[in-house]
Design a protein around this ligand. Structure first.
Ligand code: FES
Length: 359
């Protein structure tokens, strides 16, 4: 029979970010939660039947998020399980809300950006379309000029049949369909085109549209690592990875969502579908304001439904459907939903991983 002393205790409900000094060195993670040297073992587990877990540093200076709640399913690393320890996602405290109540709403500048702290901004796209040719038009949303280091994002518009489009030989691309019907051809593979669907394009592969005549197709393309903007390819015949069996598209499906307390997310493209660089997911949040938190990844977010505010330490901007948020890695932030109907968003981030991991 299990006794209380054999259960791990929660050291804290978020992970510990630790920079490990030396490649190859073994670090012992406290699994019982009783150590006073968190997140590492100090021997306090004796008598609990719980043993510390070793972790070998993969590189000098490797940064690791060790689980602090001791409920991770992938010890010793945080897997986001701490988000499910309460009925709600960790919400902003009364003190945090009071301390930020007087922060004014940042206006949008002439480029359509509301600039917040640390390079974070909200972009309200103005439909400044550029012709690519072959039936494609694009609007740059996030590029290196905006301070992005790892990913670029473009809005693509096309009708009917298009010429093949390339994102270069070195970048992985995830596409998110906002509108359209018909087929999307990825390196010659026919994938059904429908809203709320994510697609995975490998480096060097091309994309063509075979849209139904009902209306234009609109896609959000996130390129990682960022490179040259999308351009017409000479041919779609050069399929470097014709034998690749990875899943290339996945549609939003409420039954396949993961729960994070009162929030949900569904990964459309990620490590589990073979993505090496970037994760694409749909997130759903109820009317709420999360406590300020950070991610180790660089992220681009498109608001699909609902409205609210994007907060950083000393600034906030209003967000509504169609807005795009650029969130640099490690920037403290909170996306507040003020809409009674909740908010749905599409997020893409580098490096690929789980959207549930925050600190
Ligand atoms: S802190 Fe335990 S899973 Fe994140």
């Amino acid at each position: 029979m299990t006794t209380a002393s054999t259960e791990p205790v929660i050291a804290r409900k978020k992970p510990y970010l630790v920079r490990l000094a030396k490649k190859g060195r073994t670090y012992w993670w406290c699994a019982c939660g009783r150590s006073r040297k968190q997140p590492f073992c100090d021997g306090s587990h004796k008598g609990t039947g719980i043993e510390p877990v070793p972790y070998v540093a993969k590189a000098d200076g490797e940064e690791v998020l060790f689980c602090g709640c001791k409920h991770t399913r992938h010890p010793p690393l945080c897997d986001g399980s701490h988000n499910n320890l309460g009925d709600t996602y960790e919400e902003a405290s009364a003190d945090e809300i009071a301390a930020t109540a007087d922060i004014p709403v940042t206006p949008f500048d002439e480029t359509g950006r509301a600039r917040l702290d640390g390079g974070c901004f909200v972009l309200r796209p103005a439909g400044r379309w550029r012709e690519i040719g072959g039936g494609w038009r694009m609007e740059p949303l996030i590029t290196a000029e905006d301070g992005a280091r790892h990913l670029a994002q473009y809005r693509l518009l096309a009708e009917g049949r298009t010429a093949p489009l390339t994102f270069g030989q070195n970048s992985e691309v995830v596409l998110f369909a906002c509108a359209g019907a018909g087929e999307l051809m990825i390196a010659g593979r026919a994938c059904p085109l429908a809203p709320l669907t994510g697609y995975h394009v490998l480096p060097g592969e091309t994309v063509e549209l075979r849209a139904s005549p009902d209306g234009p197709a609109e896609l959000i393309a996130t390129q990682c690592p960022l490179g040259k903007p999308p351009a017409l390819a000479e041919t779609s015949a050069a399929v470097a990875s014709a034998q690749d069996e990875r899943l290339r598209w996945q549609r939003y499906d409420p039954a396949r969502r993961e729960r994070m307390a009162d929030r949900f997310y569904q990964v459309l493209v990620g490590p589990e579908t073979g993505s090496e660089q970037v994760t694409l997911f749909i997130g759903e949040i109820p009317r709420s304001r999360a406590a300020g938190h950070r991610h180790l990844y660089e992220e681009a977010i498109v608001i699909l439904t609902g409205s609210g505010f994007m907060w950083t330490e000393r600034a906030r901007a209003a967000v509504r459907p169609g807005d795009v948020i650029f969130l640099p890695a490690r920037q403290i932030h909170s996306l507040e939903c003020t809409d009674p109907g909740g908010m749905r968003l599409a997020g893409a981030f580098y490096p690929a991983g789980s959207p549930a991991i925050n600190y």
